[in-house]
Write a protein that binds this ligand. Structure first.
Ligand code: GAP
Length: 454
């Protein structure tokens, strides 16, 4: 429940957050997302549904790659973290015990002039709609979406859409412990949708009412909590930079004591330099034993760990790296966007890390002539089991290169008439535009080599 607290004033940074990035970066990236099929306004044909978005053919690939990269680093490459996929719907008891029913609120005010409603800590005392400075006193607005499970809409049927994935991991702590025989330090990781009835959703997919989180609860002996907190700060910072976010666009910001959530002994945010300034990508918190104790007391179940070596029974402390997948995808798009010139011609290029790019390879037969198609399709089929590939035959080769640059495809493979004689294709690099000839039989190894170098 790390609700945003007012952040200390920071001077507005230079909006050109990346070398070669335009100052109207946000508009350009939003335009690109729509034009090329990354992100669409939800229910657009009905006028759009505010603050909800659909991920199109390219966006779904990019978002999936972000989540896969997180899962690989947090679960697959470790033997001390296991996965979980808990339900999105849950009964009030969970949210009563976690404190969300009473604490998961934002301060809501009404403008006395135009009657629009705002989140008080986001408007600096002036109505963004009419400029009035007269507001009703703030009241606590609970952000959870409430619904009814089953055919009766009475109090007994009340259910909530989860506002964070974290509680699913706490209420399954004993199940995971018993079935995996893990012992602290160990973690449970989860990726999935969360829902918050945000008063002022804003900045495209930065703050929406439906979004995806990537969270991990790492259970540790209390005496080791400080050490693991630092460990996860370092790990998580490196994850973003390894995937291409430059260090001058990324920082760790430790929360002041008066900013901490009620459960937290220490929190630091991984912040990205968005066009409007530094803002949160991920919160890393030492949640202490708050959640396990609360669920244990409310459910009557034992949620302690019994250490057979020391004969000790204790509630583990929890270090939680909690990231937003959709928000992180947006940061990757913003930091990858460039405009440059190639051969005297302007181009837009997304310099996404090859692992994140919607397509790793585009196979482009030089001409539409049927003679090239069988070899081009053969090349495509040899790469498809290993990489996401696009296949494009329309328009000139130059235009097709530009189209692939604009969506971040790191390598274009061109099949031309010489290929029919020499059995080789041209591999073009997105960032350098350098072209080299590679025998078809060595193409898969060549793309793999380039991926490994990235
Ligand atoms: N379990 C702790 C927790 O949920 P949080 O800071 O409220 O902490 C974690 O959320 C991350 O989820 C945030 O850093 C952000 O990336 C993402 N997130 C939270 N609210 C969001 C929203 N309304 N829209 C998009 N992403 C959001």
């Amino acid at each position: 429940m790390a609700r945003c607290q007012p952040v200390p004033f920071l001077p507005m940074p230079d909006p050109d957050i990346a070398a070669g990035a335009p100052s109207d970066l946000m508009d350009k990236v939003v335009g690109l997302c729509k034009r090329r099929g990354f992100i669409f306004q939800s229910a657009e044909i009905y006028g759009g549904f505010r603050s909800t978005y659909d991920y199109g053919p390219l966006g779904v690939n990019l978002l999936r790659n972000v989540k896969n990269a997180w899962w690989e680093s947090m679960v697959q490459r470790r033997d001390d973290v296991v996965g979980l996929d808990a339900a999105i719907l849950s009964p009030p008891a969970v949210w009563e015990a976690s404190g969300h029913l009473s604490n998961f609120t934002d301060p809501l005010v009404d403008c006395r002039n135009c009657h629009q409603r705002w989140r008080e800590d986001k408007i600096e005392g002036v109505c963004p709609n009419c400029g009035s400075t007269e507001f009703t006193p703030a009241r606590a607005f609970n952000l959870m979406f409430k619904t009814h499970a089953g055919p009766l809409e009475d109090e007994g049927a009340v259910a909530y859409l989860r506002p964070e994935t974290a509680q699913g991991m706490f209420i399954n702590f004993a199940n995971v412990l018993q079935t995996t025989r893990k012992k602290p330090p160990f973690g449970i990781a989860q990726v999935g949708k969360s829902f918050r009835n945000e008063i002022t959703p804003q900045n495209f997919v930065f703050r929406t009412r439906e979004f995806e989180q990537m969270e991990m609860e790492f259970f540790v002996p209390p005496s080791e909590a400080d050490r693991w907190f630092q460990y996860w700060l370092d790990e998580r910072y490196s994850w973003y930079t390894d995937l291409g976010i430059p260090t001058d666009q990324l920082r760790l910001r430790h929360h002041d004591p008066d900013e901490l959530s009620h459960y937290s002994a220490a929190t630091a945010d991984v912040e990205f330099l968005f066009p409007w300034g530094w803002d949160e990508l991920e919160g890393i918190a030492n949640r202490t034993d708050f959640d396990l104790r609360a669920h244990s007391a409310a459910s009557g179940e034992r949620l302690e760990y019994f250490d057979q070596a020391t004969n000790e029974r204790y509630f583990p402390y929890v270090i939680e790296p909690a990231a937003g997948a959709t928000r992180t995808m947006m940061a990757f798009l913003l930091s990858a966007y460039r405009e440059d010139e190639v051969g005297g011609e302007a181009r837009t290029v997304l310099q996404l890390h090859p692992r994140l790019a919607p397509y790793q390879v585009a196979v482009l037969p030089l001409s539409k002539k049927e003679t090239l198609e069988p070899l081009a399709r053969e090349v495509l089929a040899s790469l498809q089991p290993h990489f996401m590939c696009d296949y494009d035959v329309t328009q000139s080769i130059g235009k097709r290169y530009r189209r692939q640059d604009e969506v971040g495809t790191p390598w274009c493979v061109t099949v031309d008439f010489d290929s029919l004689d020499d059995g080789a294709v041209t591999v073009r690099d997105r960032d350098t535009t350098e072209q080299v000839r590679v025998p078809v039989g060595e193409l898969l190894a060549e793309v793999r080599r380039r991926m490994d170098l990235a």
